[in-house]
Design a protein around this ligand. Structure first.
Ligand code: ZN
Length: 105
């Protein structure tokens, strides 16, 4: 963990779309980690959706189904799911901030 902590200090961390198969990229020359956070969020969501639609599947089967579904979704469809997740996250974050503020006064 000590080496990871050092890397957290040394690296540059960036976020952005890469492609629908790539969760992250590392650039040695820039010492930059780029995270495709939209794809990671959509992957998690589709994984949980696969549990909903395949209640008896094993975790391994769910992971296979998730990968297959992700690869079949169009960029616009991935965007649609991503926007849904981000909107919901922002909404819940706003509620949390409001509750914190109400508690302070
Ligand atoms: Zn699962």
């Amino acid at each position: 963990m000590r080496k990871i902590r050092q890397f957290m200090k040394d690296c540059k961390l960036g976020f952005g779309w890469i492609d629908k198969h790539t969760f992250g990229l590392y650039s040695f020359d820039k010492k930059e980690v780029k995270i495709n956070i939209a794809l990671a969020l959509v992957d998690i969501f589709i994984h949980e959706y696969m549990h909903e639609t395949n209640p008896n599947a094993t975790e391994k089967q769910i992971m296979k189904k998730t990968a297959r579904k992700l690869h079949r979704l169009k960029r616009s469809e991935l965007n649609e799911v991503g926007r849904f997740i981000v909107a919901e996250f922002n909404y819940q974050l706003e509620l949390y901030i409001q509750k914190r503020k109400a508690g302070e006064s």
